[in-house]
Design a protein around this ligand. Structure first.
Ligand SMILES: Cc1ncc(COP(=O)(O)O)c(C=O)c1O
Length: 379
């Protein structure tokens, strides 16, 4: 009998091109081993104590330096709050900044589990339309005429599931609107450091060291080290961070994940994390290119915009195809994907599918795409 360790398990005979988590083969076990060894050899057990509410100060310093290099902009450790990952950060932000019945704006479509967190807080979701350049400002303006949101949840770069990135012009206008209508921007920047071209816009996090009161940037180690660490960070104006730090949760339990923070700090300080992120980029870029090539070759009737980072392709199927039915049929061809509908809060995107290019190596990507082609034959 085997007992569960991981959240999901892909049957060995299936190629699941929908899987959105890193493959176990890219987890840097050796890097974590060395980092833990270094930390344990210091003879200082303070990381086993209840942690400082904002997060281990040395870790925040190391993280600020790491992010400054990664983002190419100075990051302030005083604007960083350590979290147990983006999911838990979203939950805390909902607890502190919303009440049941409040309205929030969420992109249509979005990271499919975020709305479940918002539902736990009984929030009223208003969808904001998107196109290939991220959320549409006209849709935002239209909805602001009708309702006042507590926050907008957006994935501004290498979006999950659409792969889109919000343009600079839209970012500027979004910031202006957030100030004018007084709502928070929760910018989920989980894929910011996984950019495979040199033309990424600077993150919303760049504005948090100064006076941008409305911006809260969410970062995570889930995709650049491993989800099992349950470690991430919030960047926000120091005044906003103060509200997080004084919450009952932090007062009682202390800062989040001091033990893991201390180990990851060692990996950051010695430069290993930077090397690892570089390695991931060099691993994922050819996977993206491979999937792009195969899609063009084998699915001429499917349309999409090639992503420039992150994990995902968002494919628009010919109108007559229903992704739910297709997914059922795909099982018999030993291949899987995610149907577009699960990313919609309005029942839309029925003729879309999300494929992940990051999970498998090129060989498996090719085999998976060929299986998908067989499944789509004659439809
Ligand atoms: C857009 C987005 N946000 C958040 C997460 C989850 O982040 P975490 O593991 O830090 O909770 C994911 C994971 O797939 C994601 O795609």
């Amino acid at each position: 009998m085997s007992l569960p360790i991981t959240q999901s398990q892909i049957p060995p005979d299936i190629i699941d091109l929908g899987a959105g988590e890193p493959h176990q083969s890219v987890f840097p076990l050796h890097m974590i081993h060395l980092a833990a060894e270094e930390r344990f050899s210091q003879g200082d057990s303070s990381f086993l104590q209840y942690g400082a509410e904002q997060g281990d100060g040395y870790f925040r310093l190391a993280l600020a330096k790491f992010l400054s290099r990664g983002y190419g902009l100075p990051m302030n450790p005083e604007s960083i709050f350590i979290t147990a990952g983006i999911s838990s950060a979203l939950d805390l932000l909902c607890t502190l900044f919303t009440q049941a019945g409040d309205t929030i704006f969420v992109e249509e479509t979005t990271y499919f589990v975020a709305p479940k967190i918002f539902a736990d807080h009984h929030l009223n979701i208003v969808p904001i339309a998107m196109d290939e350049n991220g959320l549409m400002i006209e849709s935002l303006e239209e909805n602001l005429k009708r309702s006042k949101p507590k926050f907008l949840y957006t994935i501004p770069i290498h979006h999950n599931p659409t792969g889109s990135t919000l343009t600079d012009v839209r970012r500027t206008r979004l910031n202006e609107l957030a100030q004018e209508f007084d709502f928070l921007i929760l910018a989920d920047e989980v894929y910011q450091l996984l950019s495979y071209t040199d033309d990424s816009p600077k993150p919303f996090a760049a504005y948090t060291g100064g006076g941008a009161e409305n911006i809260i940037s969410l970062g995570s180690f889930s995709k650049i080290i491993a989800p099992g660490l349950r470690l991430g960070w919030i960047q926000a104006q120091p005044q906003r961070i103060k509200r997080l730090v004084t919450s009952g949760l932090l007062d009682s339990g202390g800062g989040m994940n001091p033990f893991t923070s201390a180990i990851v700090r060692s990996a950051v300080d010695c430069g290993d994390l930077e090397k690892h992120v570089h390695h991931l980029i060099e691993t994922y870029r050819p996977r993206l290119q491979k999937m792009d090539l195969l899609l063009r070759q084998h699915f001429p009737s499917i349309t999409y915009t090639t992503p420039k980072g992150g994990y995902f392709f968002w494919l628009r199927l010919p109108r007559q195809m229903n992704a739910i039915k297709l997914r059922q049929q795909a099982k018999t061809f030993k291949v899987d994907f995610r149907q577009g509908g699960i990313f919609s809060s309005t029942g839309g995107s029925q003729n879309y599918m999300r494929l992940c290019f990051a999970h498998y190596d090129e060989e498996h990507i090719e085999e998976g795409i060929l299986r998908l082609k067989e499944c789509l034959k004659g439809r």
